[in-house]
Design a protein around this ligand. Structure first.
Ligand code: PMP
Length: 427
C-alpha cells in the first residue's frame, strides 16, 4: 500500500513539474531504484526481468562500464575543443567495427543529433532536400526529424520534401516490393521538382513493427536510391552494437555499405553518447562547406564509456550470445504459437524480436488491445516488454544482450500465462 501511494505521489509530482507532453510505460507505471544485468529492482526490492531495454545493452550497471565512467570523470571531463587521446582511441575502436569504406566518425549526445547531422551532410553533399522514410518510422526529436518520424502522428505539411513509403513486410519478394516503393517516391519527387537527398531507414525496421527478414532485402531499395543520386543513411540506433547477433551492424546483414551510419542508445550503456559514421569523401565535402561543434558530444567520459561497452561486447561474447539466445527465444515462441492462435508471426534477428498478434492468422485483424493488455499483464508479473507497429499489435522484445536461456524461459513462460489469462477473459 505504501508503494502504491509513493507511485501515485511520484506521478502527481511528475505531472506538476514536467508537464503533460511525456508518456510513461504501463497502466501502472513503475519506479526502479537499481539495476544489475538483466534485472531492474523497485523500491521494495522486487526484481523485474528487463526484456526491453536496448540502452543498458551490455547489462544494467555493468561494472566495467561504471568504472570506466567513474575513472574518467574523476580525472577530467570537459567540452570537446581540446585534444584528448581517449576520444581518438574510441574513434579508432569504433571505426574498426565498420567496413573500410567508412572512415570517419563524428560524436553527438543523442541518436536524434546524429540523424540531424546526417540530414545536413546529405543535403550538403547531394544538393538535394528530399528524404524518404517508412510510414511508421521514428528517427528523432529535432524539428527536421519530426516530419521524418511519422510514428509521432503529425501529418506532413503541405509542400514537404519528405516522402513516406510503406515499411517492408516479410517473406519472398520483400526487397523488390520495397525497392518499388522507393522508386515511386523518387518519381514523385522528380515530378514535384524535388532533388532527393537520402533514403533514411532502420536496418531492422523497429517502430514499423520489427521487420528484419530476409537478410539482404534492403539492397534493391538502396540501389534505386543511389541511382537517383540519393545517399543511404542507415539508422543503427536500435539494431547496432551487436544486437542482431550475426553482425555488429544491421546493414551488414543486408550486404550493404551505407553512406552514413547513425548510432546511439546502447553506445554508452546508458551514458548519453551517440554518433554518425561516414564515408570520408562525404565529410570532405561537408567540412569544406560547413562546421560542426557539439559541446558534450564525444567528451572524454563519453569516450571512456563507449570504449568500455566495446570491450564488454567482445570479452563476454555478447554478439554470439545474442545469436544463441535469440534463436532459442524464437524457438520457444514458435512452440507458444502452436498453442495460442493470437500469435500470427514471429520475426527478428538476434535479440531483436517481434511477435505479431492478430485475430484469425497472418491476414487477420491486428490484435491491438490484446497486445497492450499483454504488455501490462507481463508488467504485473514483473517482466518488461513493449509493443510496436502502426497498430501497436507487435510485441517488441529487445533485452540487454546478456539475456540467457533461463531468462528466455522466464519471459516465454510468463507470456504463456498472460496469453492464457487473456483468452479466459475473452470467453
Ligand atoms: N532512431 C531510432 C531508430 C530510434 O529508435 C531513436 C530513439 N528511439 C532515435 C533515432 C533517436 O534517438 P535519441 O532518443 O537518442 O535522440
Amino acid at each position: 500500500a505504501d508503494e502504491a501511494a509513493s507511485t501515485r505521489n511520484l506521478i502527481a509530482r511528475r505531472n506538476r513539474l514536467l508537464g503533460p507532453a511525456y508518456r510513461l510505460f504501463y497502466e501502472q507505471p513503475v519506479q526502479f531504484v537499481r539495476g544489475e544485468g538483466v534485472w531492474l529492482y523497485d523500491a521494495a526490492g522486487d526484481r523485474y526481468l528487463d526484456a526491453y531495454n536496448n540502452v543498458a545493452s551490455v547489462g544494467h550497471c555493468h561494472p566495467h562500464v561504471v568504472q570506466a565512467i567513474a575513472r574518467q570523470a574523476a580525472a577530467l571531463n570537459t567540452h570537446t575543443r581540446y585534444l584528448h587521446e581517449t576520444v581518438l582511441d574510441f574513434a579508432e575502436r569504433l571505426l574498426a567495427t565498420f567496413p573500410s569504406e567508412i572512415g570517419h566518425v563524428m560524436f553527438t549526445c543523442t541518436g536524434s543529433e546524429a540523424n540531424d547531422l546526417a540530414l545536413r551532410v546529405a543535403r550538403t553533399c547531394t544538393g538535394g532536400t528530399g528524404f524518404i522514410v517508412t510510414a511508421n518510422a521514428y528517427h528523432g526529436v529535432t524539428s527536421a526529424l519530426t516530419e521524418l518520424s511519422p510514428s509521432l502522428g503529425h501529418p506532413l505539411q503541405e509542400g514537404s520534401h519528405a516522402r513516406l513509403i510503406p515499411a517492408p513486410g516479410s517473406g519472398d519478394g520483400t526487397g523488390e516490393v520495397f525497392a518499388q516503393h522507393v522508386s515511386d517516391a523518387l518519381d514523385d519527387m522528380r515530378y514535384s521538382g524535388i532533388r532527393p537527398a537520402a533514403l533514411l531507414v532502420d536496418t531492422i525496421f523497429s517502430s514499423d513493427g520489427v521487420f528484419a527478414d530476409p537478410p539482404g532485402f534492403l539492397r534493391p531499395a538502396v540501389e534505386a536510391a543511389r541511382a537517383a543520386g540519393a545517399l543511404f543513411i542507415a539508422d543503427e540506433v536500435q539494431p547496432g552494437f551487436g544486437r542482431c547477433g550475426s553482425h555488429m551492424w544491421g546493414f551488414a546483414r543486408h550486404g550493404l555499405v551505407p553512406d552514413l551510419v547513425t548510432m546511439g542508445k546502447p553506445m554508452g550503456n546508458g551514458h548519453p553518447v551517440a554518433g554518425m559514421a561516414a564515408r570520408p569523401e562525404l565529410l570532405a565535402e561537408f567540412g569544406r562547406r560547413s562546421r560542426y561543434f557539439n559541446t558534450f558530444g564525444g567528451n572524454p567520459v563519453s569516450a571512456a564509456a563507449g570504449i568500455a561497452v566495446l570491450d564488454v561486447i567482445a570479452s563476454e561474447g555478447l554478439m554470439e550470445n545474442a545469436q544463441r539466445t535469440g534463436a532459442y527465444l524464437v524457438e520457444l515462441l514458435s512452440e507458444l504459437q502452436a498453442r495460442h492462435e493470437l500469435i500470427a508471426e514471429i520475426r527478428g534477428a538476434g535479440l531483436f524480436v517481434g511477435v505479431e498478434l492478430r485475430h484469425g492468422g497472418a491476414m487477420g485483424t491486428p490484435a491491438t488491445t490484446e497486445a497492450a493488455r499483454i504488455v501490462n499483464l507481463l508488467r504485473e508479473r514483473r517482466v518488461l516488454i513493449s509493443s510496436a507497429g502502426p497498430h501497436g499489435n507487435v510485441l517488441k522484445i529487445r533485452p540487454p544482450l546478456v539475456f540467457g536461456k533461463e531468462h528466455a524461459d522466464l519471459l516465454v513462460d510468463t507470456l504463456d500465462q498472460a496469453l492464457a489469462e487473456l483468452s479466459v477473459a475473452a470467453e
